[in-house]
Ligand binder design. Structure first.
Ligand code: SAM
Length: 235
């Protein structure tokens, strides 16, 4: 793990402490994305003793799921928030996973030239990168660290404000937040953040972005409201 909090983002200590239970009532939606990822990796024939790069691993939800599903995989768990990683380390200690995980604090671009990875994941991360250019660089950095036959599962907010139906999609999204237990002011705040702090592009634009980044045949394999699950092979 690198020193300091130079890369710290909005996922600070307070947010990290409550992150695991913030959306408990929506966990079936996250479970569905994890299951999709597992099935995609199985179908792709990822080797049994694979090395996995988990980008934006946060407090470790996908790490714990995949470690259980694939008992011989080894992981690099990477995040730009030290506070989220600290929670992740605790979760690994509790589950006896520390000997299978290396932690890295910082962006993928600073990850050294270790042996390439068989697969990478990015769950609910790239929409926090506020320009399409940064998002493309983010995925290009991931592609550069995979074997040529390496694969990626990425779950991202996909929405095009100009598209017909966007207002209906947004209304359902806000209903989902209310159902999760958010108060009216919190929902309002999250709606505002949606416009101000997230990078939103439509499905075709995002597919092209992944193509340019080094994932030429990226496909949507599932969707939970605005969150799209993408699966792609490098090259
Ligand atoms: C919404 S959380 C998702 C955490 C976890 N993947 C999950 O699904 O539970 C987004 C995570 O991405 C991390 N993050 C944001 N930008 C990042 C970047 N450029 N590189 C790596 N991690 C990043 C944040 O610190 C945060 O932990």
């Amino acid at each position: 793990m690198t020193d300091g909090d130079h890369f710290q983002n909005e996922f600070d200590r307070d947010r990290a402490a409550k992150f695991d239970h913030e959306f408990d009532k929506l966990s079936p939606l996250k479970d569905a994305l994890h299951l999709l990822a597992q099935l995609c990796f199985r179908e792709a024939g990822v080797r049994k003793n694979a090395r996995a790069l988990l980008v934006g691993v946060g407090t470790g939800a996908e790490l714990f799921y995949l470690a259980d599903a694939f008992p011989r995989w080894e992981f690099v768990a990477l995040d730009t928030s030290q506070d989220m990683l600290t929670q992740c380390v605790k979760g690994c200690e509790q589950r006896g996973l520390l000997d299978r995980v290396t932690f890295f604090h910082g962006p993928v671009s600073l990850l050294g030239d270790a042996e390439p990875f068989d697969l990478a994941t990015s769950f609910l991360v790239s929409h926090f990168l506020t320009t399409a250019k940064r998002r493309e660089a983010f995925y290009a950095d991931i592609a550069a660290r995979l074997w040529p036959e390496g694969v990626l599962f990425s779950a991202d907010l996909i929405a095009d404000r100009r598209a017909p139906g966007f207002d209906d999609d947004m209304a359902r999204w806000l209903e989902m937040l209310r159902y999760s237990g958010k108060t009216a002011p919190e929902v309002e705040q999250m709606r505002a953040a949606f416009d101000a702090r997230l990078s939103l592009i439509g499905r075709d634009d995002f597919r092209h972005l992944l193509q340019r980044a080094g994932f030429p045949r990226a496909r949507v394999v599932g969707q939970t409201f605005l969150i799209h699950g993408w699966f792609a092979r490098r090259g």
